[in-house]
Write a protein that binds this ligand. Sequence first.
Ligand SMILES: [Zn+2]
Ligand SMILES: [Zn+2]
Ligand SMILES: [Zn+2]
Length: 116
Amino acid sequence: MEVPGRRGVGRPKKTWKNCLIEDMRAKGDCRQPFQGGSFFDHEGLPYCETHYHAKRGSLCAGCHKPITGRCITAMFRKFHPEHFVCAFCLRQLNKGTFKEQNDKPYCHGCFEKLFG
Ligand SMILES: [Zn+2]
Ligand SMILES: [Zn+2]
Ligand SMILES: [Zn+2]
């Protein structure tokens, strides 16, 4: 399990004003200014917290917010533990005890009801 730290926060030699993701013409425009000049460094380039985690692949697939604490990796995606829920009854799931159908996680009960 990987727990991303905040080691990347720093001050650049050059003054970056906002997240570089917009300059890279990435999906979605980011105009997030850096608060007090601090930013998240990924491979020498400055990003806001969200895009730093997006670059590192540590955004929650449920709420699309950064995962900084515990993290569940399932179906090649990452989730906050509380956002890894059954697609039908929305009950929280545990890694290893869910069933997958059409790229969505289900609890055993729902899976049996819907697909069993
Ligand atoms: Zn950004
Ligand atoms: Zn989440
Ligand atoms: Zn369910």
